[in-house]
Design a protein around this ligand. Structure first.
Ligand code: GTP
Ligand code: MG
Length: 188
């Protein structure tokens, strides 16, 4: 039969921005959700557990399939001590998801520095790969709008790559589909 196109997606951004939470939302539902009707109380417990995500050490690899594509997602740790791992995966990546904590005003300049370093890297600079930004945690009281995040990161300066920014609430899964639909269109 037809083989699905293999796509490597690199998920980057500072620690605590919500990368792993986003990727977990993309996974097919846990089979325990299909065991039959759960009482409301148990539903609540299983949802809460699904949200208990620990900081990533190094990176994790997750695989997903859509109707036409087979995705391998590299969920990198955003902690400063692991950020030097990112560049090892630039060459083989076909798309980048860059996650920002919209409420973390103090570290927006750090996020911009990391983004600029990424975009200026020799393995990325010359590639026309799509970059999807999630302005995540928009549910938080002091979150900035995606327009404001986009301004702070100077995204309008990205001229040589297709890019798109979506506001998201990864805990509820809001905004994720819109972003992924865009990414799929770019790759397909
Ligand atoms: P590292 O693995 O350390 O790089 O972090 P990460 O980017 O993978 O962040 P992670 O997914 O571990 O999320 C960090 C924390 O933010 C967790 O407590 C999440 O529950 C929380 N979080 C993630 N997305 C959202 C969101 O949209 N809104 C809110 N309020 N909290 C979120
Ligand atoms: Mg993580």
């Amino acid at each position: 039969g037809l083989k699905k196109k293999e796509v490597n997606v690199l998920c980057l951004g500072l620690d605590n921005s919500g990368k792993t939470t986003i990727i977990n939302q993309l996974k097919p539902p846990n089979h325990s959700n299909h065991l039959g009707p759960l009482s409301e109380e148990w539903k609540h417990v299983s949802q809460t557990q699904a949200q208990e995500i620990v900081p990533t050490i190094g990176f994790n690899i997750e695989k997903f399939k859509s109707s036409s594509l087979s995705f391998t997602v590299f969920d990198m740790s955003g902690q400063s001590r692991y950020r030097n791992l990112w560049e090892h995966y630039y060459k083989e990546s076909h798309a980048i998801i860059f996650v920002i904590d919209s409420s973390d005003k103090l570290r927006m300049v750090v996020a911009k520095e990391e983004l600029d370093t990424l975009l200026n890297h020799e393995d990325i600079r010359s590639k026309r790969i799509p970059v999807l930004f999630f302005a995540n945690k928009i549910d938080l009281q002091d979150a900035m709008s995606s327009v404001k995040v986009s301004q702070m990161l100077c995204l309008e300066n990205i001229k040589d790559k297709p890019w798109h920014i979506c506001a998201s609430n990864a805990i509820k899964g809001e905004g994720l589909q819109e972003g992924l639909d865009w990414l799929q269109d770019q790759i397909a």
